[in-house]
Design a binder for this molecule. Structure first.
Ligand code: FES
Length: 181
């Protein structure tokens, strides 16, 4: 009988080693290709959390009249206030001539939904987040950074901010659900 250590097995062992070397080289090439492709794919696609925040849906039902919430959208705060009839009346009563950035109250809300005010909560002066809670001299928002006062429609009334708080793109999906973005 032949011994399992006979020389005729040597080529087989050699072949196996060569296969391993080839396999290893292929695996390395594969890894190299993957490493090159990943940053490319990565830079082509927004990250999952950015995609998730591209638009958000907010349920307004829990926000009682007179209350306000803040949600984050695309990395910025968005104020959503459920305005009281007095808030609305006060905004409508203001003459446009008194406004540094004249805009009707009706242009800042959706038709038939004037109780809901949705605004980007970033001061248009230098980007601070104004205080809510019906603050400031006009019962809206106050930015303590340099003293900008916004009214109950989020319009600048006094202070260095040049424009009204911005209104984001949003739509009502139902009576109590909005989609921002
Ligand atoms: S950043 Fe708001 S007043 Fe300057």
């Amino acid at each position: 009988m032949e011994s399992s250590h006979s020389p005729e097995h040597e080529p087989h062992v050699g072949q196996t080693r060569r296969d391993f070397v080839v396999l290893s080289a292929s695996a390395m090439a594969g890894l190299g290709a993957a490493a090159c492709i990943w940053p490319f794919v990565s830079s082509m696609n927004p990250s999952a959390d950015v995609l998730a925040m591209a638009s958000i849906e907010v349920n307004l039902a829990p926000i009682a009249e007179g209350q306000e919430i803040k949600v984050m959208w695309r990395g910025k705060p968005v104020f959503i206030r459920h305005r009281t009839p007095e808030n609305i009346q006060r905004a409508k009563a203001c003459p446009l001539g008194d406004l540094p950035d004249p805009q009707e109250d009706s242009a800042r809300v959706k038709e038939g939904k004037e109780q809901w005010l949705v605004m980007v909560g970033v001061c248009t002066h230098l980007g601070c987040v104004p205080l809510g809670g019906q603050s400031g001299d006009y019962g809206g928002w106050f930015c303590p950074c340099h003293g900008s006062h916004y009214d109950t429609a989020g319009r600048i009334r006094k202070g260095p901010a040049p424009t009204n708080l911005h209104i984001p793109d949003y739509a009502f999906l139902s009576d109590t659900m909005i989609k921002i973005g």
